[in-house]
Write a protein that binds this ligand. Structure first.
Ligand SMILES: [Ca+2]
Ligand SMILES: [Ca+2]
Ligand SMILES: [Ca+2]
Length: 479
């Protein structure tokens, strides 16, 4: 009896020792394996954050960027409620958005368009009618009156937020029929009677005309504005009351989202920016990074990162997170990339939590879509990511690990800000990995609050982190 007990105890101790040793060696194995993983240093600039110069610092009296740069809100979606109430709806939200860390809002095209009270603004008739002229069947636009728009812009500025106008200058709509000697037909190109009396146009100002048959593209059969005509240039950006200068100096818009820039040469936006100033981003709907970079450089403008958008769709929804290693506009030039997950035109990404965690922890100027924020996703989780973006997402980017369902990247910090490590997990179970931080002997934590671990990095900066299923964790020094 006694012998048997001794034997069992011995066996038990042996088994325990064996189990411990096995566990310890596998832990060492996983660390050794992790140390063989190649780190990809994605960006190589000095780490300075993208700045829209809109965060007011009361101590210095200057507008400075967050450590992580700005976050933009796309403050509309397709077919927002009609009836002239939208500007007031947005105005009622800007204080909360500002408190959450949003630094700018993008409004829909604000001037009177052909479809009058129902138009979303992309069929512009009179650039100077902001809902204060009786034209196209209505005084107010779909979104409201001029005074309601001015009140919204003023409120946004009170919250230290910038306001970006959607600029549609590829095409016009809502002109009258006229005989057109260039086409030998009648065309809807007579805008000589616009109610504001400003920027009157006729067949000389649209293709085809004496300047050529066409430019880079037209849209939907609408009269295609000819920017080569000095009259058009003068009214868009030249004269003191040109569209751009009026929007900036009188309406107090701070920047521009240029619609359908595939429809004209990048020199058009370049000229606007040189004459008007302000933040600028172009909608060049193309996944080709070379093309996006070419356009951004020649337009002297930021560009929406459609390459990132489509790559996120393939990576998250196709369960191949290694695709996030591929080329994107923000990797070429984070200062000219505006990243986004969805917008009023396109809503293809299903795993939006992961996509927002990606754009709000990585470089570029991230945009949040109104419906994602206000209606479809968890606002508290997005606010947490905005806080992380503004306070921790600093410096260049290094990808530490990727496979089909896991991705880990490090922001390397800037100017005393320590940066972060983000872990994305597209699998249905918790995951954990050894990774190398930039921090030695430092206690870190998950700033999303999902992991209860408070690990301390080793002297060589290695540490093990974890990530919940179908979610993300964001690690930085616990302070
Ligand atoms: Ca109204
Ligand atoms: Ca065009
Ligand atoms: Ca995996």
């Amino acid at each position: 009896m006694k012998e048997t007990t001794r034997t069992l105890l011995c066996l038990s101790l042996l088994f325990t020792a064996f189990a411990c040793e096995k566990d310890g060696s596998s832990e060492a194995d996983s660390l050794e394996a992790a140390k063989k993983t190649k780190v990809i240093n994605v960006t190589h600039h000095d780490g300075k954050p993208f700045s829209t110069n809109n965060q007011y610092n009361s101590a210095t009296g200057k507008y400075v960027a967050n450590p992580g740069g700005g976050v933009m809100m796309q403050a509309f979606y397709w077919d927002v409620p009609a009836g002239g109430t939208w500007w007031n709806t947005v105005k009622s939200k800007v204080t909360a958005w500002g408190n959450a860390g949003v630094g700018s809002i993008w409004l829909p095209p604000a001037s009177k368009a052909q479809n009058g009270p129902y138009s979303m603004g992309y069929d512009p008739t009179d650039y100077y009618d902001f809902g204060d002229y009786n034209q196209n069947g209505t005084i107010e636009t779909r979104f409201g009156s001029k005074s309601e728009l001015v009140s919204l812009i003023t409120q946004a500025h009170t919250e230290n937020m910038q306001v970006y106008a959607d600029i549609v200058i590829n095409h016009n709509s809502g002109g009258q029929l006229e005989n057109n000697p260039y086409t030998g037909t009648q065309t809807w190109t007579n805008f000589s009677g616009v109610a504001s009396g400003k920027f009157t146009r006729n067949y000389h100002d649209f293709y085809k005309n004496s300047y050529g048959n066409n430019d880079e593209g037209s849209f939907g059969g609408y009269p295609d504005l000819c920017h080569a005509n000095p009259h058009v240039q003068d009214w868009l950006w030249g004269r003191a009351d040109a569209v751009g200068k009026y929007y900036k100096n009188t309406m107090k818009f701070d920047g521009w989202r240029f619609d359908y820039v595939k429809g004209f040469g990048p020199w058009v936006v370049n000229s606007w920016n040189a004459n008007v100033g302000g933040f600028s981003v172009g909608e060049y709907w193309d996944s080709n990074v070379n093309t996006l970079e070419w356009w951004a450089n020649n337009a002297n403008s930021s560009v929406f990162d459609f390459a990132c958008y489509y790559k996120m769709h393939d990576a998250f929804d196709g369960n191949n997170l290694a695709l996030l290693n591929d080329d994107m506009m923000w990797k070429r030039n984070p200062y000219k990339a505006v990243t986004f997950v969805s917008n009023h035109d396109t809503n293809e990404i299903w795993k939006k939590d992961l996509a927002y965690a990606y754009i709000l922890t990585h470089e570029g100027y991230p945009t949040i879509f109104y419906r994602d924020y206000e209606e479809w996703l968890d606002k508290n989780k997005l606010n947490n990511l905005i806080w992380i973006h503004n306070n921790k997402a600093t410096g260049t980017t290094s990808i530490l690990y990727s496979d089909n369902d896991e991705y880990i990247a490090r922001r390397n910090g800037y100017n005393g800000n320590v940066g972060l490590v983000v872990y994305l997990n597209n699998s249905s179970s918790w995951q954990e990995r050894w990774i190398q931080t930039n921090w030695a002997n430092a206690q870190i934590k998950d700033f999303t609050g999902q992991s209860t671990w408070y690990p301390t990095t080793q002297a060589d900066k290695w540490v093990k982190i974890q990530c919940p299923p179908n979610s993300y964790s964001v690690w930085s020094i616990n302070m």
